[in-house]
Design a protein around this ligand. Structure first.
Ligand SMILES: Nc1ncnc2c1ncn2[C@@H]1O[C@H](COP(=O)(O)OP(=O)(O)OP(=O)(O)O)[C@@H](O)[C@H]1O
Ligand SMILES: [Mg+2]
Length: 238
């Protein structure tokens, strides 16, 4: 179990995440929802130790997550990735094996097999020699999904993997999440979709700097919560 307690993160004077506590359970896919600027990316980066936190603790299996980073796979939001970086699809996915292989060693046969399997799983194997910049947005997202799979992590964080992807890529992503969950993995997915995809998650978190609600769709997607977070015009959605 991942246990986040009283986490607070700020950028200079701006408080971005205030006193957030929640747990993520193995074998579950949790959605992190909230409007633009709600602090979703900041919260995930704070959990992963990628940015300094003001307060709070993050524990995985009752030990500090900081000492167990090997267990984590993280796919950042599209805007945080340099898509012009000259690297092939295959090597992006191989980067997921660096922790297992070491920086200056050539990849083992096992790593190569894992990379191939991951590329096939996301239907990107035919593109393995392409430069990452030569792919469509949805294809790039699938390559980063493959990289996360190649890490053989226990905990997965995806920051808006659905932004700008078509139905096929969306389906591949959700099917992979289901497979990971059956293997007992713990998965957090940042999303903006308040529509039908909500049914594909086991649990929802609604963030607006603070954690506004958490639990089932019925508990979280209420008129009152949506009004608090998105304003009056969305009332009719619940
Ligand atoms: N590097 C930064 N320096 C200063 N302020 C930042 C920085 N990154 C984010 N912020 C601010 O922190 C707040 C939370 O931003 P964050 O990117 O975490 O939101 P988000 O929920 O991920 O939004 P989106 O849905 O647009 O991705 C916003 O007010 C944002 O302007
Ligand atoms: Mg974000």
């Amino acid at each position: 179990m991942l246990e986040v307690r009283n986490l607070a993160v700020s950028y200079r004077e701006t408080e971005a995440v205030r006193n957030v506590s929640f747990c993520l359970q193995p074998g579950e896919v949790t959605a992190l929802l909230g409007p633009n600027g709600a602090g979703k990316s900041t919260l995930v980066q704070g959990i992963l130790g990628l940015i300094p936190i003001d307060r709070g603790s993050v524990k995985w299996q009752h030990r500090s997550l900081k000492d167990q980073l090997k267990k984590i796979a993280y796919v950042p939001q599209r805007t945080q990735i340099d898509w012009d970086y000259p690297i092939t699809v295959q090597n992006v996915v191989m980067m997921g094996r660096i922790r297992a292989t070491g920086w200056f060693r050539s990849p083992s046969r096992r790593s190569r097999e894992i990379v191939n399997t991951a590329l096939q799983r996301v239907e990107m194997w035919e593109y393995r020699q392409r430069q990452i910049r030569e792919l469509s947005g949805g294809q790039q997202q699938r390559v980063f999904l493959a990289r996360a799979l190649a890490q053989e992590a226990d905990l997965f964080f995806f920051d808006e993997p659905f932004a700008g992807v078509d139905r096929k890529t969306e389906e591949i992503l959700f099917n992979v999440f289901d497979e990971l969950k059956e293997k007992g993995k713990t998965i957090l997915v940042i999303s903006h979709d308040l529509g039908e995809t909500l049914d594909r998650y086991d649990r929802l978190l609604l963030l607006d700097k603070e954690l506004i609600a958490s639990g089932s769709k019925q508990e979280v997607i209420t008129a009152e919560n949506l009004r608090k977070v998105y304003g009056r015009h969305l009332q009719s959605m619940a």
